[in-house]
Design a protein around this ligand. Structure first.
Ligand SMILES: *Cc1c(COP(=O)(O)O)cnc(C)c1O
Length: 461
């Protein structure tokens, strides 16, 4: 398998070469030069790790250790059972694919645990080290830290906005005591954290000397890992490989739903990919109008992991829309830089043909959905999942099973659950005293030098 850049000017690379790299040298994102076809008959009925191996093998054909890595990433221990991502049926034809049974109770564990195994494996070959520098508003940072803790050759430096995450999210990250995990609480916003990461990465000599890497959602390995559970959900919701299924996906950076698009391109009979946004609705606007307008401000909502101003994986989909023309993508992103928007409404038919439909939810919608799902089905869902269910039901069609992706457990978002249901969400075993554990973090100013100094102290070149 060869990977090419969406901007068309980087040489094709193998998976092993793009794994640690992030952006392509021309500023684009790597995508496979062609999408392999899946053999559905051979995949149905497999255990999760076997399914993952078969689905991932063509994308990672230069990683001979893949079966062992997958077995460790998707152990029954880590995900509370053999199923890894079990399907719960709310009523006939309406399902919840539970992606949040991993160590940090959000679906990001699924991709991050495989990424950690792939990283450790790649580094062990050359005896190299990697210093992961990231910014988080909550779920990504804790998933990355829990996946990377104790991994040989890897250190994590995670920037988070000081005093702006939920108590639960803070405790999930800051209570880790592993020597390779470093929490930096920045006296600023999530955007400040992201700017700091950019500033450190802009210092090319520093970046090279200290082997700075990333785990952001544009990493192809993360996308690929997420393709697997679309197969898992499809097989669990159907009895034959001819039936069509629709998926509803709470979306932010377009990583999760883009994985569904890849699964469909591999031949999985997905009818609709129902993209759900919250009040930060850049993507909903695009799928309704063909206009992509990044926002200047991000609105803080009760579904914080979907609070984005631009969707970083979106470029991969646009690359396909414009016929895989890298020069065209470059021109569009230049326009985006200059004017903050571009217009692809002329490609309306193509957009319509690609299975995406969309919708949005407000805080009031999410509260109403949490109450309604609880009343009708006796199940408590988190505000992100509620957003997906709300929009999913709007696009539900008779006779087509609808699978809603559960992207986090309600325990992470107690405040909204209390507002909706007047009670505390249940906590999975092992999380009862999370906020009382000792916490380990360092508070720093919005200052790239302070970040570099911290890295220097803990990872001398
Ligand atoms: C990250 C996240 C999302 C958004 O997923 P994208 O891949 O960025 O579209 C939705 N819900 C939860 C709980 C998340 O953590």
């Amino acid at each position: 398998m060869r990977y090419v850049s969406t901007r068309g000017e980087a040489p094709p690379r193998r998976f092993g070469e793009i794994l640690l790299e992030g952006l392509a040298p021309d500023g684009g994102l790597y995508v496979p030069d062609s999408i392999p076809r899946a053999d559905l008959a051979a995949l149905r009925g497999r255990r999760y790790p076997d399914l993952a191996c078969e689905v991932l093998r063509p994308f990672m054909d230069d990683v001979p250790e893949l079966p062992a890595l997958v077995a460790r990433a998707y152990s029954a221990d880590a995900f509370g059972g053999e199923e890894v991502t079990p399907l719960a049926t709310l009523e006939p034809g309406l399902h919840l694919l539970r992606l949040s049974n991993g160590p940090t109770l959000a679906f990001k564990d699924v991709a991050m645990r495989l990424l950690a195994e792939l990283f450790e494996n790649a580094l062990s070959r050359g005896g190299a080290t990697l210093n992961i520098l990231g910014a988080t508003s909550g779920d990504t940072g804790s998933a990355a830290e829990h996946a990377m803790r104790g991994k040989r050759g890897i250190r994590v430096f995670m920037l988070s906005p000081h005093a702006r995450m939920s108590e639960f999210q803070r405790a999930q990250m800051y209570s880790l005591q592993d020597p390779n995990i470093h929490n930096l609480a920045v006296k600023g916003s999530f955007d400040d954290c992201q700017d700091l990461v950019k500033a450190v990465n802009a210092d090319a000599p520093f970046k090279r000397r200290h082997h700075i890497g990333a785990v952001n959602s544009i990493n192809w390995a993360r996308v690929a890992a997420q393709v697997v559970y679309y197969f898992k959900g499809y097989f669990a919701a159907t009895s034959s490989n001819h039936q069509e299924v629709s998926f509803a996906v709470p979306s932010g950076n377009f990583g999760n739903v883009y994985a569904g698009y890849v699964a469909r391109a591999m031949g999985l009979p997905l009818r609709r990919l129902i993209l759900a946004t919250n009040e930060n609705d850049v993507l909903d606007e695009f799928f309704r109008s063909g206009r992509y307008r990044v926002r200047r401000d991000v609105q803080a909502t009760s579904s914080p992991s979907m609070d984005i101003s631009k969707a970083s994986n979106f470029e991969r989909y646009v690359f396909d829309l414009v016929g895989r023309d890298g020069a065209r993508v470059q021109a569009l992103w230049r326009e985006l830089g200059a004017r903050g928007e571009f217009d692809l409404s002329a490609l309306g038919e193509r957009i319509a043909g690609s299975a995406f439909v969309s919708g949005r939810s407000t805080h009031a919608d999410r509260l109403a959905t949490i109450r309604e799902v609880h009343r009708r089905h006796g199940v408590v869902v988190d505000p992100h999942t509620a957003c997906g269910i709300k929009v999913g039901l709007e696009h539900r069609e008779a006779g087509v099973p609808l699978v809603c992706l559960e992207t986090a457990l309600p325990a992470k978002f107690g405040e909204t659950i209390r507002e909706a249901l007047g009670r505390e969400p249940d906590r999975p075993a092992g999380f009862e005293s999370l906020e009382r554990r000792p916490q380990c973090y360092e508070v720093i100013a919005v200052d790239a030098q302070a970040v570099k100094a911290h890295i220097l102290r803990h990872a001398p070149g």
